[in-house]
Design a protein around this ligand. Structure first.
Ligand SMILES: CSC[C@H]1O[C@H](OP(=O)(O)O)[C@H](O)[C@@H]1O
Length: 387
């Protein structure tokens, strides 16, 4: 695992300097993953506090199971693949206190229940348990760190492969006509939502790095504004041209020929190709369908739920606090980060955090093994071991 040192950086942030890190994403020439372990600091686990971005780049040092659970629930760490990876480390931290069978099963269940929709979370915990149940109690802590590290390494490899698969789609459009390739995305499925690279953004980063003229329409993604605060931050850091838009602007831009393709990430895909993603994705897919705009979904195979067929009926949709709708966080002109109330006192708010886009509206899936139609046959061709 990467090791390094903390460097205080006035006024708001600290940077973690990796010794010889080889990771793709760089901030001010420093390589990062979105989660790492410091073996020189008691094997503590480190993440970026995503609730503080884009105003400040703060690193959280996690040493206890409950800190990890809190980070996932409050979305200090978020993004389907990343919460799986961080939860895996959360189990390693928990086992340091008690690695008995009983404690391990209890801690695993607690971590797996921190958020309901992203299937990567349950997948990562099940994978940890599969290894740890056959590991001697005395060896479990070391095995848990090792397995969590493997989950992270595999996520990076998968996302890079997704990037290459999606890049071909962007290259095709770029080859057909001059001018920028205009790509719309919803929420944040970039490197900070995964261990590295991202899913929906990986092809965009690769296209940009190869000199293709890309421009990204970034949905703000109310109510948590992952697009406005995280995707715009990532793209800006990487020098990718982008424009933040109100969520409601997408259909209009598609009607006027200003969107060549949509690429989104996902939190869970059924074996039949239905796609759960951040609330509002379904409306974008409907608009894309009506306007003949290709609608692609990028995902690692860890996001496929092979146990269910009907996403609308079977995928649990997280209902979050109404305060995320009634209030909005931002930075005022004096530089203070603050939350302000948008609605009248007494108005109720509902906050379903995800929706399901039926497979019929999805042009195709971009996976680490290739692209396929959003159908059971399409997925089974790529992943025959799950048939
Ligand atoms: C590759 S991230 C997939 C997915 O995760 C996000 O959810 P959240 O911000 O609630 O953790 C979002 O739906 C992204 O598209």
């Amino acid at each position: 695992m990467p090791v390094g040192r903390m460097l205080p950086c006035a006024p708001f942030c600290v940077f973690w300097l990796l010794d010889g890190g080889t990771y793709y994403m760089k901030i001010d020439n420093v390589s990062y993953r979105s989660v790492w372990v410091d073996t020189d600091d008691g094997w503590s686990v480190h993440i970026f506090d995503q609730t503080r971005l884009p105003w400040s780049l703060d690193i959280l040092r996690l040493t206890e199971r409950d800190q990890v659970a809190h980070a996932i629930r409050t979305m200090q760490v978020r993004g389907a693949p990343l919460i799986g990876a961080v939860a895996a480390y959360g189990l390693a931290l928990a086992l340091r206190h008690d690695s008995s069978d009983e404690a391990m099963e209890r801690d695993a269940a607690l971590l797996a229940a921190t958020r309901p929709t992203a299937v990567n979370l349950g997948w990562a915990i099940r994978r940890m348990l599969t290894r740890l149940r056959t590991t001697a109690v005395a060896d479990r802590v070391a095995a848990a760190y090792d397995e969590a590290g493997r989950i992270c390494d595999e996520d990076v490899i998968q996302n890079e492969a997704i990037g290459r698969q999606g890049l071909e789609l962007i290259e095709d459009i770029a080859a057909r006509r001059p001018g920028p390739v205009n790509i719309m995305t919803h929420c944040n499925a970039g490197w900070i939502a995964t261990v590295d690279w991202g899913t929906a953004l990986a092809p965009i980063y690769m296209a940009h790095d190869r000199g293709i003229d890309v421009h990204v329409w970034v949905d703000e993604t109310r109510p948590r504004n992952q697009g406005a605060s995280l995707t715009a931050w990532e793209l800006g850091r990487h020098g990718v041209k982008h424009t933040v838009i109100a969520d409601n602007a997408g259909g209009h831009l598609m009607q006027h020929g200003q969107v060549d393709m949509v690429i989104v990430g996902t939190d869970r895909v059924t074996r039949t190709g239905d796609v759960a993603n951040k609330i509002g994705t379904y409306l974008k897919a409907l608009a894309a369908h009506d306007n003949g705009v290709p609608f692609w979904v990028a995902l690692p195979s860890t996001t496929i739920d092979w146990t269910i067929n009907d996403g609308v009926k079977e995928i649990p949709i997280e209902e979050r606090s109404g305060r995320e709708v009634t209030h909005i966080q931002g930075r005022d002109d004096a530089g203070a980060v603050t939350a302000v109330q948008l609605v009248p006192d007494g108005s109720r708010a509902a906050n379903p955090a995800f929706d399901v886009t039926p497979a019929r509206l999805v042009t195709g899936l971009i996976t680490e093994r290739g692209r396929c139609p959003a159908t059971a046959d399409g997925l089974c061709d790529l992943f025959p071991e799950y048939v």
